[in-house]
Unconditional design. Structure first.
Length: 383
């Protein structure tokens, strides 16, 4: 039985062709695969996706690949080869969604861009993720997540005011662009249900990051404020929470102080408040402090490393570390699926597969090629 038929979830009748590599495109298709879509991951023969050679190698296998390619079928296909391009167009006929994150213009050179296939495949939805989008003066530049985070303002806001900007500790730009890509694909599926037509979705890493910056843009436009780095400080901007915390701390003087009655006043005295709260919290062991704050209705939580997350009873109870038995690396823990569905729950079926593991299923079963044709394609380096 095809692995795709064993997937559960609300997208189990949706088929996706994943032409992406690295992180952004595969994150988009990881979300779709998590939710049950039959995702066919395309890799360059021999070399495969560059992620296979990245960090976190266990017995010669990339753990990041195991995460990004979970629940996906893996095939090899050389898109530089004319025969590979022809096979890819045949796959376009059989899928609902195509996801790619090449530099703009690459898919056009191969004759595989949306505008080149839309007439023949009017149903097709194509998600295109790039550094700067498919238009604009920077469209031809190579995109990279760290550069997008810098240009879109996130790195300027990250760190301490007396130190240079720093990076977020994970691939933020690629991940959020992938999430927007998945969101766009699902919206296009719904629109296609009404119109019967597919469309192209253009996701830029820079714009995906920029969209997360709260009210920085209108604040700059209307007030002339350029937000700065504040380190670990968080403004106490909820009046009820501040009153609960002051009561818990026994700071009746704060409750009577008109200068602390609203978030603007507290913002002006942020350093003073931070110092007092920090001094008070040091009086208690972590677990006792967390219980006191929770009982008082004050939002709080520990700053966990990954080991702390794995020990936490709430994460465990919610099943956010799912263990799979992978044939290459053995028992393997991967993050659980988000979000959860009450009637059509999704599940992890397998981790990232071996290179070309599903060539037979896709080329033989889906495209109907004879074994001799598949052998010939393999011998000529097309697959």
């Amino acid at each position: 039985m095809s692995p795709a038929l064993r997937l559960s979830g609300p997208l189990r009748e949706v088929r996706v062709l994943d032409l992406g590599n690295m992180i952004a495109g595969p994150t988009c298709t990881r979300v779709l695969a998590d939710l049950g879509a039959d995702v066919i991951k395309v890799e360059q023969p021999v070399r495969g996706d560059p992620v296979r050679g990245w960090r976190g190698q266990y017995q010669g296998h990339s753990l990041l690949w195991k995460l990004l390619a979970r629940n996906k079928r893996a095939i090899t296909l050389d898109l530089h080869h004319a025969e590979g391009q022809r096979l890819c167009r045949r796959l376009y006929d059989l899928v609902d969604i195509v996801v790619e994150n090449f530099r703009p213009g690459v898919l056009e050179r191969w004759g595989l861009a949306y505008g080149q296939v839309a007439e023949a495949c009017p149903h097709l939805i194509m998600v295109r993720i790039s550094g700067y989008g498919q238009t604009g003066p920077y469209r031809d530049r190579a995109g990279f997540g760290g550069v997008a985070e810098a240009m879109a303002g996130v790195r300027f806001l990250t760190g301490y005011p007396d130190r240079p900007p720093t990076r977020v500790g994970f691939a933020l730009a690629d991940s959020v662009a992938g999430l927007y890509g998945a969101c766009g694909a699902l919206a296009a599926l719904e629109e296609r249900r009404r119109s019967g037509r597919g469309q192209e979705i253009d996701v830029a890493l820079t714009e995906a990051v920029f969209s997360l910056l709260d009210d920085l843009l209108p604040e700059y436009q209307k007030l002339g404020i350029i937000a700065q780095r504040h380190g670990t400080g968080i403004p106490a901007n909820n009046d009820n929470v501040f009153r609960r915390l002051a009561t818990l701390m026994g700071r009746t003087d704060w409750l009577a102080d008109p200068g602390l009655a609203d978030d603007q006043g507290r913002g002006r005295r942020q350093a003073e408040l931070d110092e007092e709260v920090a001094s008070w919290t040091r009086r208690f062991p972590l677990e006792e402090l967390a219980e006191r704050l929770a009982a008082a209705g004050v939002p709080a939580g520990p700053v966990y490393d990954i080991a702390g997350i794995c020990r936490d009873p709430h994460f465990r109870d919610r099943g956010m570390a799912v263990e799979l038995d992978d044939p290459e690396v053995g028992p393997l823990s991967l993050p659980g699926i988000v979000p959860r569905f009450s009637r059509t729950p999704a599940a992890l079926a397998w981790a990232g597969p071996r290179m070309g593991e599903h060539n037979g299923e896709v080329y033989g079963g889906l495209l109907g090629l004879a074994p001799s044709e598949v052998d010939d394609l393999r011998a000529r380096g097309v697959i």
